[in-house]
Design a binder for this molecule. Sequence first.
Ligand code: PMP
Length: 410
Amino acid sequence: MTTKLSEKLANREKSAPEKAGEKARELGAYPYFRSIESAQDTEVIIDGKKVLMFGSNAYLGLTNHPKIKEAAKQAIDDYGTGCAGSRFLNGTLDIHLELERRLANFVGKDAAIVFSTGFQVNLGVVSSLTGRNDYLLLDEFNHASIIDGSRLSFSKVLKYKHNDMEDLERKISKLPAEAIKLIVVDGIFSMEGDIVKLPELVAIAQRYGGSIMVDDAHSLGVIGEKGAGTASHFGLIQSVDLIMGTFSKSMASLGGFIAADHATIQYLKHHARSLIFSASMSPASVASTLAALDIMETEPEWMDRLWANTHYMTKLLQEEGFELGPTESPIIPIYVRDNYKTFLLTRALQDKGIFVNPVVAPAVPADSTLIRLSVMATHTFAQIEEAVSKLSEAFKELQINLKQEAYVAS
Ligand code: PMP
């Protein structure tokens, strides 16, 4: 008798986080795929109870905004619920093109093309721009979609230490002058919340003939002119070759884009397989993204509130003595450095009415297990105070030290 697939899977060697996850599951503390019974807002309903949301990427808090919801409904009336095909063939609507023009203008590039998710942008773009004789240089903390894109490329992939410009220079300086050397980097790092050292990175790229792609998934709506992202934040739009963004965070929708000069976008339209061989963004997603963009361009108060809340929460947490790492953004990691305790803490916080996300390997290095808090423009100071007080309570009850000196593998 042959062994069933499920049995073979059960017999695989388990990673430390998987083992800790199983232990947590036995205690009813499994922290993934939690079901939310309401809109994604500062307050959500889980198991019929109100829970304060500190784990959403909707930094501007726009996912429940009446104008955006209205735009999505109108698009369904005008264009239906799906496009039934890829952008390449029958799936291009006039509103896709309008969104591309608006995005290119917003981030300061000649042209843009939208994909159905941000993950697909990175898969398609990172895999297709470099060939056999070329190089991809990646920050070791880059998002999984960049890593997976690099795995699909035929080029050589070099990783440099997180935000370590000396390591980047050491690596790029040895590469052939004529090769494409594409540096791909998160603008704001998704788990740590720090910002790429773009001015130094640009100087190195220019010294050695490198090109640059910045993933602004977490930077759009957060930094730069009206939330135009990392290159705008540093005044370096012309020095960056490609700007990538997603609509699934500040922009309250689903989808993603890449912006660059006309020739590069034209190239990608015929080479990015996740664009060509996948259905286009739905009309409702396009229209809601356009409406979110309208709000970002005309209502700067959302970003102001986001930063006021971010500063307030960071200050309160630091006063309590939490280890926050190098964050410079609404993404606030609290280091726990123990898989099992991270899961227990997530559950304990949910029971106290606070939703946070546990982050373990491979999303972060094994010794950097953390809970990830994210701040929204729409949080009130009272909600932030409550979250910080519940965090302190939960750390005390579970006897977790605020500062974790040594890594405990459990
Ligand atoms: N890049 C980064 C840095 C991200 O954090 C994410 C989403 N977590 C993505 C890309 C993928 O975006 P999407 O959710 O639109 O697929």
